[in-house]
Design a protein around this ligand. Structure first.
Ligand SMILES: Cc1ncc(COP(=O)(O)O)c(C=O)c1O
Length: 381
């Protein structure tokens, strides 16, 4: 398997080193430039990044923030969502999607997912609406856009705001439109492992709603327009200039990196054909940017252990649905309430995925999968 002397190189789940090696000099220059500029927060780098994000998502405004979590929280606050309100979302996502709702005092109401896309199932949305529902918060999970047309249709019918959680989906598209332009407001994360990752935390909101943008801009900086005068009780959620500079250095590569992920997904589809794994499904007209390449397996933990023994990294996103988390016990959900999400959380496994993942590496992963399946068949005989 090594194709020569010595053990085969490890194939990690995510390889940031490969990305950084290509960019080392540019990143170093970007950081030094900020340090020497002595402008560390809300400066020209952040403004330049905002302009690029607004243009890329065809939005009138982009507001750089300290994290994706803050992007969600401040969007909800700016929409006036709080105590007594309900927000519909998916139980199969990173915790911050739901915790941001809870932090405003509102209640997350979980709607089950589609078993092929793992995104919120639009067919189940309407029956979850009550007179307290104020918004729907779909998540473009693993980089695959949600089926937004029916979601937006239901939302408009019931006068609900639509907040896209695009933390995992920068540069993804739905029916020719970029994510981030499909609802009222969209939220991004620049956590280091994201498709566009900072060297620390960072986030962004995009919107074409002027009043909403103004409120989010105020909220990120203590609700202050004029120094030491506070219109709103905001917080400190400013993106720092070093992170903005790192993101700007990576920006020209984002499309190419996402295309490399899509290419690797194509290689997986070929290499894993005929195995017992259920591969990611991308509906016609959608561009998934494969933040993760997650498959469903008949025996997830067994396969993960086998791949680990072959030097192949995997991950489980997410092992426990949000409606079953200890902190949400008081919401009253029970195991079995959202059966599709629960089954997917038991069977899902993310395989290595990052820009630059080679066909040979994909084939190595696939042959380790086949080796495991052959071993299981042998054991059953
Ligand atoms: C779907 C989703 N929403 C929200 C977040 C929160 O972003 P951050 O970690 O930047 O706060 C993340 C990532 O961590 C995420 O994956």
């Amino acid at each position: 398997m090594s194709g020569g002397a010595g053990p085969a190189r490890r194939i990690p789940l995510v390889d940031l080193e490969r990305q950084h090696r290509r960019l080392a000099a540019a990143l170093r220059r970007a950081v030094v430039e900020v340090v020497e500029s002595r402008q560390y927060v809300l400066g020209p780098k952040g403004a330049e990044l905002e302009a690029k994000m607004a243009e890329a998502t065809r939005s009138r405004h982009a507001i750089a923030l300290a994290s994706g979590t803050d992007a969600l929280y401040l969007s909800l606050l700016a929409l006036g969502i709080g105590k007594g309100d309900e927000v519909l979302t998916t139980p199969f996502t990173f915790f911050a999607t739901a915790s941001s709702i809870s932090r405003t005092g509102a209640r997350p109401v979980f709607v089950d997912i589609d078993r092929r896309t793992f995104d919120l199932d639009p067919a189940l949305l309407e029956r979850a609406i009550t007179r307290r529902t104020r918004a729907v918060l779909p998540v473009h999970l693993f980089g695959l856009p949600c089926d937004m047309d029916p979601i937006v249709r239901v939302a408009r019918r019931h006068k609900l705001a639509v907040i896209e959680d695009a933390a995992q989906a920068v540069d993804a598209a739905y029916k020719g439109r970029p994510v981030g332009s499909l609802g009222d407001v969209a939220c991004y994360s620049f956590y280091p492992t994201k498709n566009l990752g900072a060297a620390g935390d960072g986030g962004m909101v995009t919107t074409s709603d002027d009043a909403l943008a103004d409120r989010i801009r105020l909220l990120r900086d203590h609700g202050s327009r004029k120094k030491y005068h506070h219109e709103l009780i905001g917080l400190n959620s400013r993106l720092d200039e070093i992170q903005a500079a790192v993101l700007l250095a990576k920006w020209p590569y984002l499309r190419r990196w996402n295309d490399e992920r899509i290419r690797a997904a194509g290689a997986y589809a070929k290499a894993l054909r005929g195995t017992s794994l259920t591969l990611p499904f991308v509906p016609k007209g959608s561009r998934s940017v494969y933040h993760l390449y997650s498959v469903l397996c008949p025996d997830r933990d067994g396969l993960a252990a086998h791949l680990a023994s072959r030097g192949i990294g995997t991950g489980v996103y997410y092992p426990l649905c949000l409606h079953l988390q200890a902190c949400y016990r008081d919401l009253g959900y029970r195991a079995g309430d959202l059966p599709v999400a629960e089954e997917v959380s038991r069977r899902i496994l993310a395989l290595p995925m990052y820009p630059g993942l080679s066909d040979a590496e994909v084939r190595r992963v696939a042959s380790a999968v086949r080796e495991y399946e052959a071993g299981r068949k042998g054991a059953r005989r």
